[in-house]
Design a protein around this ligand. Sequence first.
Ligand SMILES: Cc1cc2nc3c(=O)[nH]c(=O)nc-3n(C[C@H](O)[C@H](O)[C@H](O)COP(=O)(O)OP(=O)(O)OC[C@H]3O[C@@H](n4cnc5c(N)ncnc54)[C@H](O)[C@@H]3O)c2cc1C
Length: 401
Amino acid sequence: MDYDLVVVGGGPAGSSVAYEAAKKGIKVAVLEKEDSIAETVRTSGVTWIKDIMEFGIPRDCYNPVKNYSFCSPNNQVTISDTEPKAAVLDVRKTYRWLASQAEKQGAEIFVKTIINDVIRNDRGDIIGVCGTDQQGKVEYHAKVIVDASGFASTVSKTMNFVTQWKRFGAGAEYEARVEKSDTDTWWLMVGQKYSPAGYAWIFPVSENIVRIGVGIGKPDSAVDPTERLKELIRIKAGPIKNLGKITPIEFHYGLIPNDGLSRKTVFNNLILVGDSAGQANPLVLEGIRYAIKFGRIAGKVASDAIKKGNTDREALSPYENRWKKEIQSKINSAGKVQDRWINLSDLEWDKELEIIKELKPEEFLDFIKADFGLTNVIKLATHHPKLAVRQLFNLVKSSKN
Ligand SMILES: Cc1cc2nc3c(=O)[nH]c(=O)nc-3n(C[C@H](O)[C@H](O)[C@H](O)COP(=O)(O)OP(=O)(O)OC[C@H]3O[C@@H](n4cnc5c(N)ncnc54)[C@H](O)[C@@H]3O)c2cc1C
């Protein structure tokens, strides 16, 4: 099978690469190991309405959220906005919409296709991938290969360009029907009881449907997120008790890299994008908007390189320069806040919520999104009357300078 561009993985990153490249007239194949796109959901699907609008994701793919509640063992805060800025995605619908957009532009999507090896030329550069589909062995040759296989990073690992992520988040979640829910409000729950290194959540999906989950940083804590989730639901911890009867509909489990932006993401004829590139905001471990945004940039850069007949590392490097310029310093700053948060005791979390209470909705959102510098987050470090608030924001400020 000969293509200009082969994308391994039909998640948000892979579909977005394929969409942009196919739009530019490039012959694209997307190879997905599962029986259908988004057959297994591995994410909670929170993202931001501004990004959703930019990507053109349809309105029936998400539930808007405008109240952001936090609770620690002995404290609680709700930041209420006048209009929704966050959203909980219908993950399956959104990921399938992204794939359908790529198909409409002419990309071919092959499901049930498991890639487990690479094809190299005599210089050792990648020129294709191979694996199995329902008929047996398959080989796909291409000028550029994109590793969009997520956490697994199958292609880059087989090329020996990367090793397994050392620091990562493990998350378990139930999508559940509940007796009572507020579709406008999400809950983040922090402290030892909820997660020894991370947080628990309740995200509203639609009327009486929520996602209740637990994320735990590895190797920081040995606690199993699935066990902790079951326990929190059993004891109806914190705001979980307000949901009334909980009837699980579907279980989700996933891993997300948290090693910072440690990987090189372009090699001769190869691009890494999305989770395989480690493009995730470490504060709340969200990566969907980066996967889509940088997927589209990767698709454009790869297409330009293919058209010019040079797909070496240098020719593909504008992709890496673009995404680094956009998020590198923000992710580094977010990493510092994460280091602070991961070590907080329950008592310190109770106090941290007092700091969060001081924030206006737009400041809180920019902070949690790691969009430091957009509002007056940096000014808070110097001018806020409370020392504790200044100290928190100084972390962000010092890593920017
Ligand atoms: C518990 C949890 C909760 C999260 N919550 C959020 C959230 O609320 N908001 C947010 O923005 N982000 C969240 N994330 C992160 C988000 O899910 C990822 O950043 C995002 O999915 C990355 O997209 P991707 O396309 O790079 O990878 P993926 O979505 O993982 O897609 C990779 C695709 O490649 C396929 N694949 C893998 N190996 C092969 C192979 N060998 N051959 C063929 N196909 C293969 C997979 O089946 C999959 O379809 C969460 C992650 C976890 C684990």
